[in-house]
Design a protein around this ligand. Structure first.
Ligand code: ACO
Length: 325
């Protein structure tokens, strides 16, 4: 009998502090940086984002999302035998945020590690967990995307600081006789490092280089739409399915215009696209599981629906996962 993996629970968590465009614009204006609700909504689709308090890390957001996912799956943390956290904003340089989250869940022993693929982190992590389940290396995995991107923002740069937010999403992925995850397609191309990066690093007790996010927005935009279409098509081909089989497209929530462009290329109407970027902003590796959980809890996504998850981010990295929910 074949062995597959299937999502049995989803969860998410947003830090309580919600900042609307108007509030952010007022804060930035006080520092001499000009922006407006109209500009942000028109160019990005973002209306608000959540920011974590200073003493709250990715593991704090991730553990809340994980608890909600475990509750939906009807599982105890002690039953989990693999924890993967996708994040670009780890609590510490090391150990991994996954081990910190494991301890906060009050469990020990199972493997726990981070995946760093920026905004593609969740599709990377889900693919790794699926592979480990299919080979028998794990049977009940917790896959988390958690970010505090507000830590990386340069609030004097209006071209980037209006785009991002903090949050976490999680799924419980379990071994199953039926799929579940049907196919995935992951890629990276390191020659694009410069168009989206946080170039600083730690050396000899000091930060060397700029520890804040830098982006060439137009270059990112052009690359993103093309690679997302290609990854979605490759994933469908591997699974022997077509665009018509997709009930819900859950793209990385970077910008409504990237999502509209991708949906158009896949000939999917926007009412088949899960959109939360308006309320969450871009939460990097957390955005896909956050969006998925919102749509599941709103009753949009139902058992048996076919979902296309797609991410693209710094590196450049990109990929897609097709699954039956
Ligand atoms: N408020 C007001 N004006 C602004 C702002 C702002 N927040 N930001 C930029 N502008 C101005 C610029 O200064 C420029 O003014 P100028 O014409 O006087 O020079 C003007 O708006 C147009 O700037 P562009 O950069 O050409 O604006 P564009 O339409 O390309 O939108 C954006 C910028 C939203 C970043 C767009 O390029 C984009 O969506 N890129 C995709 C990048 C993205 O979504 N990244 C997310 C992270 S990557 C990821 O997750 C994959």
């Amino acid at each position: 009998m074949s062995r597959y993996s299937r999502i049995t629970g989803t969860g998410s968590y947003l830090p309580p502090k919600r900042v609307t465009n108007a509030e952010l614009a007022a804060q930035l204006a006080a520092a001499g940086v000009e922006t407006s609700d109209e500009w942000i909504v028109e160019r990005t689709g973002i209306c608000a984002r959540h920011f974590a308090e200073r003493d709250v890390g990715s593991s704090d957001l991730g553990v809340e999302a994980a608890r909600h996912a475990l509750e939906m799956a009807g599982r105890q943390a002690s039953e989990i035998d693999l924890i993967i956290v996708a994040t670009s904003t780890p609590d510490m340089v090391f150990p991994s945020t996954a081990t910190i989250l494991q301890n906060k869940l009050g469990v020990a022993g199972c493997p726990a590690f981070d995946v760093q693929a920026v905004c593609s982190g969740f599709v990377y992590a889900l693919t790794v967990a699926d592979a480990m389940i299919r080979t028998g290396a794990a049977s009940k995995a917790l896959v988390v995307g958690a970010e505090v991107f507000s830590r990386l923002l340069d609030f004097s740069d209006r071209t980037t600081c209006v785009l991002f937010g903090d949050g976490a999403g999680a799924v419980v992925l379990e071994a199953s006789d039926t799929p579940g995850i049907l196919a995935s397609d992951l890629h990276a191309d390191g020659k694009h490092v410069e168009i989206l990066c946080v170039p600083g690093g730690v050396y000899g007790g000091k930060v060397h280089g700029n520890p804040l996010l830098r982006m060439d927005g137009q270059a990112v935009f052009k690359l993103a739409v093309g690679v997302l279409e290609a990854a979605a098509r490759a994933t469908l081909a591997k699974a022997g399915r077509t665009e018509a089989d997709i009930d819900w497209l859950i793209p990385h929530q970077a910008n409504i215009r990237i999502m509209q462009g991708t949906a158009r290329k896949l000939k999917l109407p926007m009412d088949k696209v899960v959109v939360t970027v308006d309320q969450h902003g871009n939460t990097s590796a957390a955005s896909i599981p956050l969006a998925m959980d919102a749509a599941v809890r709103e009753g949009k996504i139902r058992k048996g629906d076919t979902l296309m998850l797609e991410g693209v981010g710094g590196g450049f990295t990109w990929g897609a996962v097709l699954l039956d929910f």
